[in-house]
Design a protein around this ligand. Structure first.
Ligand code: GLP
Length: 243
């Protein structure tokens, strides 16, 4: 895993945007894996700024989001469908039918997981996957002890994850208990992965990831087996590691 050290959150976001934009500009077609949460917001802001200034087109980009809460309608303000529209899709020229997010209100959630996995595979997998990391080491919503061989599946969210994400909800009690997430095998099969890490609260998990072993108890540790992972982390996130 290559580590790019940045001074702060904005520099991390700008570096990530530069990598994503270069990829878009040099690919005839790009399958882009996207994440939610606070971490990629700065990256999305830079992509929108670039679009307004340089008109980089997303006509040949297809996106796949990592996850969605079970039980939230796409129009629910706290769904990841709403999040992505508000913070990215709405501002770009990406055709709506090229943006994919699991359906958290599907009647048959197992079939929905199979369908979503197939759409990713039919697109040839993910070319570039953007990731954040949970304070417990989750990527997507793959909580500790998820199998490294997992494909898209339904998860029961860890209490710590529900607490971490309560800040996005008007009523913290409303954080769903389950989600659909792309699996660890699906993420691992991405051709290239960009992990963004920012803030002091992520310093302990980043230290554990960089210095610890590869183990299913730390889902993000699967990334250590991948040969094209770049971590872009700010000084706060790197503060517990040797410079
Ligand atoms: C969320 C998302 C993850 C995200 C992580 C970190 O629950 N499912 O994809 O990377 O937790 O979130 P944040 O960036 O807000 O710290």
């Amino acid at each position: 895993m290559k580590i790019i050290r940045t001074k702060n959150y904005d520099e991390m976001s700008k570096k990530a945007a530069d990598i994503v934009l270069k990829k878009i500009k040099t690919s005839s077609f790009l399958s882009l894996g996207l994440a939610t949460g606070s971490t990629p917001l700065g990256l999305y802001k830079h992509l929108i700024q670039d679009y307004l200034k340089s008109y980089t087109s997303y006509e040949y980009v297809t996106t796949f989001n990592l996850d969605e809460y079970v039980g939230l309608k796409p129009h629910h303000p706290d769904s990841y469908h709403s999040f992505m529209k508000k913070h990215l899709f709405h501002h770009l020229d990406i055709p709506t039918d090229q943006t994919h997010i699991p359906d958290g209100i599907a009647e048959d959630l197992k079939s929905e997981c199979k369908r979503y996995e197939k759409v990713i595979q039919d697109a040839g997998g993910i070319d570039l996957q953007i990731l954040g990391i949970g304070t417990n080491g989750h990527i997507g919503f793959n909580e500790p002890d998820t199998s490294f061989h997992s494909s898209t599946h339904v998860v029961s969210l860890a209490d710590s994850t529900r607490k971490d994400n309560a800040r996005f909800f008007k009523n913290p009690e409303e954080v769903p208990t389950h989600a659909i997430t792309v699996g660890l095998k699906t993420i691992f099969n991405s051709k290239e992965i960009l992990l963004l890490v920012s803030g002091k609260n992520k310093a302990p998990i980043l230290k554990q990831l960089v210095e610890g072993n590869i183990n299913e108890s730390l889902p993000a540790s699967i990334l250590k087996k991948h040969n094209h992972v770049t971590i872009i982390a700010d000084e706060d996130a790197l503060s517990l590691l040797q410079p």
